[in-house]
Design a protein. Structure first.
Length: 224
């Protein structure tokens, strides 16, 4: 008899034992998008990063709007330890969507990582803090007077991938992948089978088997 469904904490622990490639392949198996093209570590993050998504949407200040709080500050104030901030900046790389003071506050709040469809600045400060930051570029240009927070904890589209607060995210040296909450258990289970099969395939190649046979399409797991 199977036990109760795995909770978010156990799923995150299982995610942390995998990598983005296995999760990408698993999402392919279910016909779902998740890979964030062009997003990469903006300092040499030495580990796999996982967490529950909190969404943030930023963009040009609406005409006629008055003063506003700085982008990201309200999200940091309400974040739970281990959350990942996922920023929809529309892919803009000419202006920063995250900086050093925000990174300091995020570290204090226990946020696991920042992932941006866009650019950030003060990357040296984030590296010194040990806060993983993934994005498309590093640029010195400030957000102040250029972009503001437009939404928080709402459904966003990042690099063409839909994402919501509560989804899971994994990021490593290869990039970042969003795992939709509604399919997380199944995707993680398939990714684990893919990773196990690939370990067996590596062992087979090292033992002298032909890579042509080892890497035949029939050898890769698919959803049951």
């Amino acid at each position: 008899m199977s036990g109760p469904p795995a909770g978010p904490a156990s799923l995150l622990a299982r995610l942390a034992a995998l990598d983005t490639c296995a999760l990408s392949d698993a999402l392919d198996g279910y016909g779902r998008a998740g890979v964030l093209p062009g997003v990469r570590p903006l300092w040499p993050v030495p580990r796999v990063v996982v967490g529950r998504v909190r969404t943030l949407r930023v963009g040009p200040k609406p005409p006629g709007s008055g003063p506003t709080v700085h982008l990201g500050t309200q999200l940091i104030e309400t974040a739970e330890r281990g959350d990942v901030v996922l920023v929809d900046a529309g892919g803009r790389t000419d202006v920063s969507s995250w900086g050093g003071i925000l990174s300091t506050a995020a570290t204090q709040a226990g946020i696991a990582a920042i992932v941006i469809d866009g650019a950030c600045r003060d990357i040296g400060e984030s590296e010194q803090l040990g806060l993983p930051v993934f994005g498309k570029a590093v640029v010195p240009t400030s957000a102040r007077g250029r972009i503001v927070q437009l939404g928080m904890d709402e459904e966003i589209t990042v690099c063409g991938v839909p994402a919501r607060t509560g989804d899971l995210l994994i990021a490593d040296v290869c990039g970042a992948v969003v795992v939709p909450q509604d399919l997380a258990e199944q995707v993680v289970e398939l990714a684990e089978r893919i990773a196990a099969r690939e370990r067996d395939m590596v062992a087979a190649v090292r033992s002298g088997r032909s890579v042509v046979d080892v890497m035949h399409d029939s050898q890769f797991p698919s959803p049951q």
